[in-house]
Design a protein around this ligand. Structure first.
Ligand code: FES
Length: 157
């Protein structure tokens, strides 16, 4: 729940936008840029400013995958879903991550310290199967390596 100060800040952020759908994406991107995600409560503020329904704003936010609905995690873990990583056992890595962290793809741990994301091949297939922890390649990983690493990350977080 946003406090009054946060609500006022969002009102000021989107005050320049005129009623109607034309400015909706620009308003959402401005909120996203400020907070790193779209706080649920901010959608009501944006809807009020643009005189749109909250359902319309919510539908737009969920349509665009680049707009996050949850805060960015402190540490982002990308799981490579590319062909080389899959052939070399990437699915075991994914299962191990999801199991130890107790979250699925595109989710954060409840404390938002770790987030798991599905990634595409970045050309570093020599290290397959791999993940990226905070953007740094870690691989090749066995299922056992992954379990150990995920436990360490969970403890550090
Ligand atoms: S397939 Fe994973 S890095 Fe290329």
């Amino acid at each position: 729940m946003l406090d009054t100060e946060a609500t006022l800040e969002i009102q000021q952020l989107v005050a320049e936008f005129k009623p109607g759908n034309a400015d909706l994406l620009r308003a959402l991107h401005k909120v996203h840029h400020r907070y790193g995600y779209i706080p649920k409560e901010s959608m009501a503020v944006v809807a009020r400013q643009l005189r749109l329904s909250e359902a319309h704003v919510y539908g737009t936010v969920t349509f665009y995958s680049e707009l996050r609905l949850t805060p960015p995690p402190r540490t982002r873990i990308d799981w490579c879903s590319g062909p080389a990583c899959r052939i070399k056992g990437g699915e075991y890595v994914r299962t191990a991550l999801e199991s130890v962290l107790e979250i699925g793809m595109e989710q954060n741990t409840p404390d938002d310290k770790l987030g798991l994301h599905l990634a595409q091949c970045n050309g570093t297939c020599d290290f397959a199967p791999q993940i990226w922890v905070g953007g740094k390649v870690v691989g090749p990983l066995s299922a056992a390596d992954t379990i150990k690493l995920a436990r360490e990350l969970k403890e550090q977080a």
